[in-house]
Design a protein. Sequence first.
Length: 133
Amino acid sequence: MALDDLRGNEMMNHLLSSLEGGQDIGHYGRLVFTMIGRHFCQDDEELVAALTKNPNFSEMQARALVQQVRQRGYNPPRREKIMQWQAEQEFPICPSNDPDGCNVYRDLKFPDGVYEHIEEYHEQKAQAESAAG
């Protein structure tokens, strides 16, 4: 898989095109891009190369962001979280008002481990809520 596989999602295509055009996609744009893109790259070099097209974002900063996201095992964010982050910066992470436009789970196929991790999280949350209630 490669970053070009992300073009099937409106938001990820927008972020990739913006980076390729030398635009600053903002802190949260870079975070979203990395959280999703890491599942589609064979190695970190492709992610780092894309991120360094963002003005004033060095290779060292790109490598640090990719490493942080990989070490923490972040899952791709849901649309609601992306919209929260978008409200905190100028650059529009979501290019349209289409509710499905920023839903990466609708258009992209992630490795099975991503879905298993999400299911495990929801099970733990349900157990904690039933124990508390």
